[in-house]
Every structure is written in structure tokens, then in C-alpha cells.
Design a protein around this ligand. Structure first.
Ligand code: SF4
Ligand code: SF4
Length: 102
């Protein structure tokens, strides 16, 4: 992760993912099994499908977790830097996730 604000804007979307951030692929837990992660993903655990550039190797493929397909980038979650996104998502996870994974 770097702390440089950057976006690849899609004119059809009001807010675009900051490519290479990866915070939402690390901070949140994913409680349902998905490809390569039969127990889901613990909060703070790096997803097995995140590449070295913090991009999803499953993007656009049916194997990508449903959680990820439904998650939309938005300022309140993504902040303005990767570090800010990680802080926000870690707080959200702690506030909304009473369960733990095995
Ligand atoms: S937290 Fe936001 S900016 Fe960072 S990878 Fe996820 S959607 Fe993209
Ligand atoms: S499947 Fe892709 S989008 Fe979902 S957490 Fe893993 S790397 Fe991120």
C-alpha cells in the first residue's frame, strides 16, 4: 500500500476504486466460503487472491466472493488514502462483526 491518493475514474460511476489500495481485501472478514478460502477470511487477513499490486486476481470472474461483488467503493469507506481506508474498514469491522471465524 502507498499513501498517494489516486483514482482511475469511470465517468459512469461517481466514485471509483483507488486501484492498488486493497484495504477492503484485507480489513473486513468474509464469513462465507469462497474459492481458495473455504473458511472465508478473518478480519485483517490478506485475501489469497490479492496480487502483489493489491489487485484482485478474481476480478470479473464468477469465483470472486459475493461479498466483494456487492461491495461498492464510496468515500465514507475508502477515504482519500489507502491508510485511511484501512483505518475506516478496521473500525467498521470491529463495530459490526461480533462473530469470529474458526
Ligand atoms: S477500500 Fe475502496 S479504494 Fe480501497 S480497494 Fe476497497 S473499494 Fe478500492
Ligand atoms: S476475492 Fe478479490 S476482491 Fe474479494 S477480497 Fe479477495 S482479492 Fe479482494
Amino acid at each position: 500500500m502507498t499513501d498517494v491518493p489516486r483514482r482511475e475514474r469511470n465517468p459512469l460511476e461517481p466514485f471509483a476504486c483507488r486501484i492498488g489500495c486493497g484495504a477492503c481485501c484485507i480489513a473486513p472478514s468474509i464469513t462465507t466460503p469462497f474459492a481458495g478460502m473455504p473458511n472465508g477470511k478473518r478480519a485483517g487477513e490478506r485475501c489469497a487472491h490479492l496480487d502483489d499490486g493489491n489487485r484482485c486476481r478474481l476480478f470479473g470472474l464468477p469465483e470472486r466472493a459475493r461479498f466483494c461483488v456487492e461491495l461498492r467503493p464510496e468515500p465514507a469507506m475508502c477515504g482519500t488514502t489507502d491508510t485511511e481506508a484501512m483505518v475506516i474498514l478496521t473500525r467498521l469491522e470491529a463495530a459490526t462483526s461480533p462473530r469470529t471465524l474458526p
